[in-house]
Design a protein around this ligand. Structure first.
Ligand code: ZN
Length: 290
């Protein structure tokens, strides 16, 4: 991936003890084994439910999205950011590119835009509404504080165990988490949370799969803009596609796992929705709920 001209946005670095909680009794976030999750259940807002169902609501929301955003590079505050190194710098550069892509898309649709904050952490860390984030439980997005939590040790573990490879695999992961932030801005997370309330586990899992596949599609939409900007090296697209397969539920749980236990979608589905986003370059085509 070509990033030399991209300034890194500031990120929140909680590595090496900063912002760390004492180990031991931390509550676990999310479902064990869930990878690249969004934590939707814990944010407290009045329930309500009813209405025309999540599928209709999401379809309406997506219908309002502008097609094909421009990829203007966001202006970056000079503070922080530019002193970052290595993986943290990469995360900050990704934030710059993702902010630059999504801001005009949402603005053109009259949706408010607020950038998420990327937090890099390496020990148990407090979130704003999603409990205590644990390293090596996977990257996740917390709607309560609008932060993307990344643990690079986890990524290195994925490299070894699941065959993740290359910078664009990590770009896919960050773009996927950013996709959850976009869902949050659009109210889609909240729709799903309401619908999941009181639903059977199988139904709640099915909704989770739709949410996750949509985040994959949003990642693909962004990836196409990066490609159009000449940022992809040979092999980058395949790195993302391989990563999407590596985090499929069937890849993680084993081939015999039941469909009802899936929370993120199969390898094939995750690849397919990333491609749908990439090929269409249009977030309104990411209607996994339809
Ligand atoms: Zn996710």
């Amino acid at each position: 991936m070509k990033l030399d001209d991209v300034k890194a946005s500031g990120i929140e670095d909680r590595r090496g003890g900063a912002g760390r909680l004492p180990g031991g009794k931390a509550a676990k976030v999310g479902v064990p084994g869930v990878i690249i999750a969004v934590i939707i259940a814990i944010v407290s807002q009045a329930g309500g439910g009813g209405g025309g169902g999540t599928g209709d609501a999401v379809g309406q929301i997506l219908g309002q999205l502008a097609q094909g955003g421009t990829s203007a590079t966001a202006s970056v505050p000079e503070t922080q950011g530019n002193s970052l190194q290595g993986q943290e710098k990469f995360a900050g550069q990704m934030q710059t590119l993702l902010d630059g892509y999504w801001k005009p898309v949402l603005a053109a649709s009259d949706e408010k835009f607020e950038a998420p904050t990327i937090v890099v952490f390496d020990g148990p860390t407090q979130t704003g509404g999603c409990g205590v984030g644990q390293p090596e439980a996977g990257p996740f997005y917390c709607p309560g504080d609008e932060k993307i939590y990344l643990d690079f040790a986890f990524y290195e573990q994925l490299e070894k165990q699941l065959g993740f490879d290359g910078d664009f695999a990590m770009a896919y992961v960050i773009a996927h988490e950013y996709g959850h932030h976009v869902q949050n801005l659009l109210g889609i997370n909240e729709q799903v949370r309401k619908e999941s309330d009181g639903a059977s586990e199988a139904d709640a899992n099915a909704l989770s799969v739709k949410l996750e596949l949509q985040a994959d599609c949003f990642a693909g939409v962004w990836a196409k803009s990066a490609s159009d900007d000449g940022r992809l090296d040979a092999g980058d697209f395949d790195e993302a596609i391989d990563a999407a397969a590596a985090v499929g539920d069937d890849a993680i749980q084993g081939r015999g796992a039941s469909r009802e236990s899936f929370t993120h979608g199969s390898s094939a589905e995750r690849q397919q929705w990333f491609k749908t986003g990439f090929d269409s370059a249009d977030a309104s085509q990411c209607d996994t709920f339809g």
